[in-house]
Design a protein around this ligand. Sequence first.
Ligand code: LLP
Length: 386
Amino acid sequence: MIKANYPVDKLGAIQTPFYYYDLNVLRATLDEINQHKGSFKVHYAMKANVNTQVLATIKNAGLGADCVSGGEVQAALDAGIPASEVVFAGVGKADWEINLGLDNDIFCFNVESVPELEVIDGLAAAKGKKARVALRINPNVSANTHHYITTGLNENKFGINLSELDKVTDMVKTLANVELVGIHFHIGSQITDMTPFQDLCVKVNEIQEHFESRGVALMHINVGGGLGINYEHPNHFPVPDFAAYFKIFREHLTLRPGQTLHFELGRAVVAQCGSLISKVLYVKEGTSKKFAILDAGFTELIRPALYQAYHRIENLSSDKAEETYDVVGPICESSDTFAKDYVMNATKRGDIIALRSAGAYGEIMASQYNLRKLPKAYTSDELLIK
Ligand code: LLP
């Protein structure tokens, strides 16, 4: 089993806070994906992390890219990911972003509304091109995850509702500059129970039959991402169970001959390879509790403040008896708290702390609030950590 390596001598010598990516964990994760994906196509969800070396490692493993902005489309192309493997989703694509996709002949636009279809058709016509599109369908499947990261319910802003499907399909046929190549779904993120994925398969089968009964053949089915990771035990479960995940789709989703099944995995690819490395600035005795005040805050890792997310916190400098702390950052907001009543090895000023499982939606969501500097990042390769 591959384990992330955190040598405190090397990490402690670098100015904190910073992100640390263990590329050995990332490579082991990508190997596992490639071992179990069979003929499925995996597009890495760029929104999770676009660190240059992380992206290069993902590109070398042969994954395509799932983008949600012109910036991400450009970053995928700059990383050398072929345009023919780039999918582009998002409820609010601006004209320049659509044009960027058209100019580079990306594989497919995942389209979320009728007005968007019309705009893509118009922009493609102006270039004398035909845009490949997949309809993003809202399957009304519950993902049993945090309400901020659930996307596949009727109440969410994403995708085309099932009730509108016929109307939209008829309308696509009237547009000369778009070609309907597939359908797309994404039900949410950090899904650790496989049942919602199984529910999604059942829905996709029904929707496929519906399309067939109307004489529409689809080449591509894209089921999005969402596979969760184990935030509690990153050392025991550094690589998600891709075998079980792909098996669900293999067993429950009926593909037609020649059809390709696509995935857009973000978190499951990169979360476990990354940590936010920080230093304890002060240990402050409150009236009823002790605070460990770090030099990292929600400006570097916003997930605990925004989603009440749990990240394992390790004191790399101490093997003293455990004590209980509120682990907080330096930002002038009470929500700048990584964990309350957290039990970890007794800490003192200067100790090096790792906030684990931060490779996905960590560095990329950093901000400069309080005029803080955006965090730097280092990889195990460049620090010569095996
Ligand atoms: N495809 C689409 C259309 C998406 O909206 C997303 C994520 C993905 C793929 C990748 O999902 P993943 O495999 O990473 O679960 N910032 C939040 C997560 C937001 C996810 C948004 N969409 C967090 O830190 O938990």
